[in-house]
Design a protein around this ligand. Sequence first.
Ligand code: ADP
Ligand code: CIR
Length: 356
Amino acid sequence: RILPEIKRKLDVAFYRFVTSDSESLLKKYLTKEVYDAIKKKKTKYGSTLLDCIQSGLENLDSNCGIYAPDPDAYTVFADIFDPIIEDYHGGFDRCAQHPPTNWGDIEQFSNLDPTGDFIISTRVRCGRSLNGYPFNPCLKENEYKRIETLLSNCLKELTDDLKGTYYPLENMSPADQQKLINDHFLFKEGDRFLQSANACQFWPKGRGIFHNKNKTFLCWINEEDHLRIISMQERGNLKEVYQRLVKAVKELGKKLSFIRNDRFGYLTFCPTNLGTTIRASVHIKLPKLSADKVKFEETAAKYNLQIRGTSGEHSETTDGIFDISNKRRLGLTEYEAVKHMNDGIMKMIELEKALP
Ligand code: ADP
Ligand code: CIR
């Protein structure tokens, strides 16, 4: 049973929310019927509906507005997660199942921009959660530490081009931290969407970044997910970037056990990341195509792409450079998710070249 004060808080926030002008997926699907059906439920970790939707209730400008505080929340609160998941990932009905992992034939990818006129950099990331632990809001201080030790020890064993060093956030100077953020290597601090979701407790404890010498292979520990695995480099060679990511994920998978289920594939804190958890992006200049914002967005949607600013999600572009990535991550293979970005970016470059 949920505590009376949580119930009251939830009711007050819900009634305020339904009359708000939020355009989030949460707002779209949290009808009174759905709300009433799930408002008293609790997961086996004790998470309530408020724990799931607090971020969307407090941040009316959310795109999605919901997080799973623990793996169980996806089932217990399926009435609200399912329609949001189906909408975000472009079709994944209540009976759908995510396909098995398939990285495909890496040789099919190449350099998206051989002349270097458009693409500044290319990045592919995925997220993983460790079996045996809930997600951020439920983690205790000693669990953050345990995850950090487990993952950093495992990362230390990587060799060759994946060999690197782990830098805990706690020991990092503010200047070094800011430099890593500005250079697009490190997660930002104080993300209000994550903060409202209770995902930043004990910060900076247990958080940190691992990277190789030239920062083409990086891992984030305990930011939004237990582990984010990242491969990136300057310019447009998607094949090299993807190849490095696949190698790293396979290596880490030999030593670590990740949470995966038959319906949703790899489980993540945010439902937009479920399934493959793959976000393949480029930082790209498309001055002509992006001049008409509406048309630019329409083109992106047509090719299943998402446009972000270059300082990460919810940021605006400052210098005419955009972060464009595959939008769908669930209900398709890893190869297909990356291929969406590949094909969409090739198309956008073609359109840009054709404009007067
Ligand atoms: P995520 O990919 O982890 O979901 P964000 O949108 O917050 O999250 O981006 C995280 C960081 O990665 C930001 O600093 C962003 O600028 C950087 N980034 C994303 N894509 C690229 C890219 N193609 N090249 C360089 N940096 C990138
Ligand atoms: C939001 O709802 O905007 C944030 N909680 C982040 C959602 C994840 N990403 C996304 O929709 N692109």
